[in-house]
Design a protein. Structure first.
Length: 311
């Protein structure tokens, strides 16, 4: 019968931390252990598995094929072990750390409110937020860096579970001096002739916009792409460009007279904000707690401008 190697949680923790820092010495500092002890733990893990897990590139350690295969599985084991230890230690079930990925609009307008509510009711729960676009949030779930995602738009990956949170919509905006700013309605031909500055590919905002113009505008003049919404607003306010952004992101600029919301009856850009997590993840009371608080926040308290332009 083939001998099965029994690795330890300590060895997996050292491996994961080295993978994240690309350095044995930095990993040892983070784990409050000596560099020699960290090196020994990694060596024992590699020896027991019969495979090297890293390639050395200068002073950096980078994962090889086997290391990339092991990393998400090791993180899942460590995550599950943390839940077990908390349970047997008699701690409150709503305690510990929850790694949450949020896309920009959600992070800017809702995440702080959710964390504030959780701090009041569950002081032992620590939310570790990572702000990125939808594509990166889903990637963080798939490699076990995140336990919950809050994204704009839909995820079609079969490995991901999705739950609708609330509704939202996008609008096309122009600066006050833009030639289209005075039009009562803007047709597709005018949109196709305009110059655009947009969110980057991989963002939920760009995904919804691309879906709205698909089959309607064949060539769009995209001059710049940025992941920073204030930069897009500033460029549009200058008068030379159009952009498509969440209403929540531009509402103040429209009210202040910096931007004009264009009427675009040919584009339906309604969307939803969604919770996402790995399908193969175990039950997670911390995740469920955050979702519950977010849903409560949404009940009658999230402003939703009229969708009369789309009706």
């Amino acid at each position: 019968m083939q001998h099965l190697y029994r690795f330890s949680l300590k060895q997996l923790s050292v491996f994961v931390t080295i993978a994240e820092t690309q350095s044995v010495s930095v990993a040892a500092q983070q784990l409050a252990m000596s560099q020699s002890a960290a090196s020994m733990a990694l060596s024992q893990l590699e020896s027991g598995l019969g495979q090297r897990l890293f390639e050395r590139q200068g002073k950096r350690l980078r994962l090889n094929h086997w290391g990339h295969w092991l990393r998400p599985r090791a993180k899942r084991i460590l995550m599950e072990s943390q839940h077990v230890m908390q349970g047997f230690a008699g701690q409150q079930i709503i305690s510990g750390e929850l790694a949450v990925g949020a896309s920009q609009t959600i992070a800017e307008y809702f995440l702080a409110q959710i964390i504030s509510r959780l701090d009041q009711d569950y002081p032992d729960l620590v939310i570790s937020p990572q702000i990125s676009n939808t594509e990166s949030v889903v990637g963080g779930l798939l490699d076990y860096r995140l336990q919950l995602g809050m994204i704009e738009g839909h995820c079609v990956d079969s490995r991901i579970v999705q739950q609708v949170w609330c509704e939202d919509h996008l609008v096309v905006v122009a600066g006050q001096q833009h030639p289209l700013a005075t039009k009562s309605q803007v047709n597709l031909a005018s949109l196709s002739r305009a110059r655009w500055v947009l969110r980057e590919g991989g963002s939920g905002t760009r995904e919804i916009f691309n879906g709205a113009i698909h089959g309607k505008i064949t060539r769009l003049k995209v001059w710049r792409e940025y992941n920073h919404v204030p930069s897009l607003i500033a460029l549009v306010a200058n008068g030379a460009y159009l952009s498509c952004l969440p209403w929540r992101s531009v509402e103040q600029a429209v009210q202040a007279g910096q931007l004009v919301r264009l009427t675009t009856p040919d584009l339906d850009m309604r969307r939803s904000f969604n919770f996402v997590w790995r399908k193969d993840s175990s039950q997670n009371p911390l995740r469920d707690c955050l979702i519950e608080q977010a849903l409560a926040l949404n009940t009658g308290s999230i402003p939703h401008p009229s969708l009369d332009l789309l009706s």
